[in-house]
Design a protein around this ligand. Structure first.
Ligand SMILES: C[S@@+](CC[C@H](N)C(=O)[O-])C[C@H]1O[C@@H](n2cnc3c(N)ncnc32)[C@H](O)[C@@H]1O
Length: 424
């Protein structure tokens, strides 16, 4: 048996089963201890295998297709997918084939597919990495591909899929001097001031972690706060704040920040992050709708959304979800935006943002808010910041970020943001 071993492969296969047949998210499964029974190294292997398997699912299906007569049971299909990925990315064929044949054989319902699995995988091994490399970049499941093609066009969607397949580097936001953090961690300073690490390894082992000199935050996710400019001394509310990336940015800039989030567990991480970085903020566990303290100079609303902008890091999402929950999220975003405006003092700024690629959760939300609220305006001058490409600015004055942007630098998460100004 080669390095990955049977326990890690079985665990990865089990994760894939739960994601593709029960709509569970990888983060949810890992949080519930799905890999806790494994030794540390196997845990990392299983997670890596499942993540890479999800990213290349469509490619593995194409690779296997010529060798199967009809689509086998999903349990078998997931075994073929993981085995194909391993066989086509340099794994030792004998060990891989044996392991997945055993996985298929251990399940009563799929025992009879052992011979078929063996035969198909031997053919895949023969075709090997050469055929794999020639296959197209994996295509997004159609429930999500269709609205994204409609929004951004076919060619940009190819770029988005290429970015999803490539995965994401680790970005850091510096508490103070970003150039010094780049130097200390061996990272690159990005045009918008984040630090990018091509190969971070274990994050907590990086220079400056214990001292709290930085925190992990995608360069796109760091921009909503950057649009606010100087917030020193301003009363800022971070609504929907956990795990606290934006709260820490506001605190580091000298704002008097209050963070609100409905999840006590996730808020624990905000407190932990503030402690590590030595920053100060008021942490409140509450449903945003129950929080009624008003008079804030700034409200930042990073609303719960489809998270379709984060697929580079969360390749499980298109395979676990089918879009049916998004209507409720869009309605909630609208209600949260209206509530956030009531907490803002006249003339104050509301940053509305979502890590979504769907215009319904970004551009359309802002257009609708402008129609609902007399005197509400978009402050597009806020977008004149270092590193912001004017091509990213949208018709209504917001900022649209996509994973296919900054291709030569390693991409960015998909995000939408706009600075709204309440009438004075
Ligand atoms: C996109 S995440 C926020 C990320 C965070 N702003 C950051 O930069 O680290 C959305 C958050 O909204 C929270 N949330 C969802 N519904 C909420 C509600 N009704 N009231 C308050 N928080 C809510 C979730 O618990 C989640 O932490």
């Amino acid at each position: 048996m080669d390095q990955t071993g049977l326990p890690a492969r079985r665990a990865a296969h089990h994760l894939l089963q739960q994601i593709t047949t029960q709509g569970r998210l990888l983060s949810e499964l890992l949080g519930a201890g799905a890999l806790d029974h494994l030794p540390t190294e196997d845990r990392a292997r299983a997670q890596r295998l499942a993540t890479d398997g999800l990213r290349s699912l469509d490619r593995a299906d194409r690779m296997v297709k010529p060798f199967v007569k009809k689509n086998p049971h999903i349990f078998v299909r997931n075994a073929l997918r993981l085995a194909t990925l391993e066989l086509c990315t340099g794994g030792a064929a004998h060990g891989i084939v044996n392991a997945y044949v055993e996985i298929v054989g251990r399940n009563k319902r799929t025992q009879t597919f052992k011979g078929m699995t063996n035969a198909v995988l031997r053919k895949v091994a023969e075709a090997g990495p050469e055929a794999w490399e020639k296959l197209p970049v994996p295509v997004t499941p159609s429930w999500l591909r269709q609205p994204l093609v409609a929004a951004w066009g076919r060619k940009p969607m190819d770029g988005i899929e290429r970015a999803h397949f490539a995965g994401a580097p680790i970005d850091l936001t510096a508490k103070g001097d970003a150039a010094a953090v780049a130097k200390a961690t061996g990272g690159v300073l990005l045009p918008t001031g984040s630090v990018r690490l091509a190969d971070a390894g274990q994050v907590s082992a990086l220079a400056g972690y214990d001292a709290g000199d930085w925190w992990v935050q995608d360069a796109a996710a760091a921009l909503p706060v950057k649009l606010l400019g100087d917030v020193n001394g301003l009363k800022c509310l971070d609504l929907c704040a956990a795990p606290g990336g934006k709260t820490m940015q506001l605190a580091a800039l000298g704002a008097d920040v209050t963070s609100v989030d409905v999840s006590a567990a996730r808020m624990g991480r905000v407190s932990e992050n503030l402690r590590r970085t030595g920053l100060r903020g008021t942490v409140v566990v509450s449903d945003a709708f129950d929080y009624t303290q008003d008079g804030f100079d700034v409200v930042l609303l990073d609303a719960p959304c489809s998270a379709t902008g984060t697929i580079r890091r969360h390749p499980d999402l298109p395979h676990a979800k089918d879009g049916t929950e998004f209507g409720a999220l869009i309605a909630q975003q609208e209600a949260l935006l209206d509530h956030a405006l009531t907490l803002l003092k006249p003339g104050g700024a509301l940053v509305f943002c979502t890590c979504s690629l769907l215009p319904d959760e970004g551009e359309v939300q802002v257009e609708d808010a402008l129609a609902r609220h007399d005197g509400l305006t978009v402050d597009s001058t806020a977008l004149n910041r270092d590193g912001i490409d004017p091509a990213w600015v949208t018709e209504e004055g917001g900022l649209r970020l996509r994973p296919d942007y900054w291709r030569e630098l390693g991409g960015m998460d998909g995000f939408y943001m706009a600075v709204l100004r309440k009438p004075a």
